[in-house]
Design a protein around this ligand. Sequence first.
Ligand code: CDP
Length: 228
Amino acid sequence: MNKKITIAIDGYSSTGKSTIAKQLAKKLGYIYVDSGAMYRAITLFAMQCDFVSQDHLDTQGLVDNLDMAKLHFKFNKALGYAEIFLNDKNVEKQIRTLEVSNLVSKVAAISEVRKKLVAIQKSIGKNKGVVMDGRDIGTVVFKDAELKLFMTASAETRAQRRFDELIEKGEKVSYEAILTNVVERDKMDSTRKDSPLVKANDAIEIDNSHLTKEAQFEMILELVEDRL
Ligand code: CDP
């Protein structure tokens, strides 16, 4: 049986959505799409054009120039997942900085930005066989996904995970700055007008504060197998 399904993974910032999504995609031979990377790349574009900074947001300027931000993913065999390119430049590293994290929720609240990115996401997933993570995947992008997960963990656990990740990459950040970002981003993402972060009615909630990556993977794989 070669039935392919769609797996939508939503949840709060730094809940390990991309870790489980990558594990599942690898195991199932599915495409993994990091929708957050797309919002981050558009934010980087807005920063480069000076449409956004800590104290200003030129929504109209960004919307008028959105067509100039060309995104594409390219599979990296060594890494085992697709990396994101902004106007033909690999921006994987640049988009993960705290600077981008501090601005991305402002940009992601703009409806025209969402419209552009949701259209791309839908087209990538039209043939199923996709695992996509984000904030509105189960509620907006793939309302009919066969499996919807909603990931949570305590803010402190999440901030510690993100802190360890960034320190390992050589970024100089403080735990407090990360915690603030995580809490602020959750608030902005959950309260925005367009496509706020909410659990879909048919999503399964998973609190992974005390779950190892391996235990979580086994548990979720069972949910997938039930649907195949
Ligand atoms: O990995 P992390 O939890 O830090 O976040 P991300 O998935 O990289 O997403 C970064 C930001 O993009 C989020 O805080 C949201 O503001 C926005 N986003 C969104 O609005 N909708 C999505 N489907 C994915 C991300």
